[in-house]
Write a protein that binds this ligand. Sequence first.
Ligand code: BGP
Length: 477
Amino acid sequence: MGFPQNFLWGGATAANQCEGAYNVDGRGLSSVDTIPFGPDRMKVARGEMKMLECDCDHTYPAHEAIDMYHRYKEDIRLFGEMGFKCYRLSIAWTRILPEGDDDEPNEAGLAFYEDLFRECHKYGIEPLVTIDHFDTPVALIKKYGGWKSPKMIDAYLKYCRAIFTRYKDLVKYWITFNEINMLLHMSYMGAGIIFEPGEDKIQIKYQAAHHELLASAQAVKMAHEIIPGCMVGCMLAAGQFYPYTCAPEDIWDGLDKDRDNYFFIDVQARGAYPVWARKRMERAGVAIVMTEDDEKTLREGTVDFVAFSYYNSRCTSADPDILEKHARPGNAVFKSVVNPYLESSEWGWQIDPLGLRITMNTLYDRYQKPLFVVENGLGANDTIGEDGKIHDPYRIDFMRRHIKAMDDAITLDGIPVMGYTAWGCIDLVSASTGEMKKRYGMIYVDKDNEGRGSLERMKKDSFYWYKKVIATNGEDL
Ligand code: BGP
């Protein structure tokens, strides 16, 4: 059996992590442009430190990134050479609507992506577009406080209308929000939210989540109306929580944390708030402003497929001593403990290919919708060898084992999967650290953490390996 004939093999990027040219051709400033490199990065990303202008003492990785804005033809040619059937990218909202809700879209921005999509089709590559990948217009953050406000919904829908109308003949696959559950963990990066002292963070996060869920549901409906036959998905930062021990308290803790994650997808895939979430909010004193119309909107805007990123599983315990003693090192977004059965990457991300199969089974059992693995990969510090080439057997090993696990989920468990787009198929800026040296690519980009380098592109060993995998539709791993 193996992979279906029309399986969408490819790679994935996000505008702010690769395009650069942040103030070119009328583009407005976006939240991610104001998240600096260095020790303040996480504080700003979480919304605990305000930074709405670019201050000259900081460097901002998104400003130049890998300058794909000017080099996309070369990059897409390389994707074509690898045999990509699909390229997942995001549109920068502020290239289309520089102020976030302008009445007239910016023609230069629209033309840029039109050209890029045409370039993809030249090589038989189907674009998969993330509408909002960590990308809130700064003008709307100033005006409304980001997704704290329901006014964001109309702005987002104005942006959706502009891109659906312009690209209706070029783009068939869409995702409404990247890793929507990140709103709870990196509120500024995910939703343009900055917390003022004394504000009730939980209340604000869930109200903002409600606004994004409404926006997503209406976008699904609008896309179906404007682009008949298109498919629109939600997107989750996935990874099953394992209990640290078989103590029932640990099992419950894992289930509870998993549910927190699935909250968004439960609504987007099933069209209503799950009862446990209502109860939990009630207990936490969260009261969401919601109308009967809202419930109808959510019901009518369910997604066609469930997309997700998978980097690792997570491990948790109800015992505070274990949580502290075995805490995962680094600035982990999800509070978790080190799983003693797994090895770790240089950045402390644990490697668990079987966890992908486990996560896929849980997602399919829960939603019964086709899945799409839209991010997976290994961040590693690649170096150029004495022969002038980049040998990355560790990346090949990581991908091989994960693709095998996905194959098992398809072949042995019967799960329908639309495709696999490897994260950061070309080296780009890391979202969590802002580094260049945390590389995921099969194409190397000559640039270091200090911003030095020619930006020249080079093929790594994994480039040739992935090309063979695609050519044999996953038979030859
Ligand atoms: C996901 C994001 C991506 C990407 C990836 C890898 O959370 O959707 O934007 O960056 O993680 O994370 P990092 O770049 O922090 O290694």
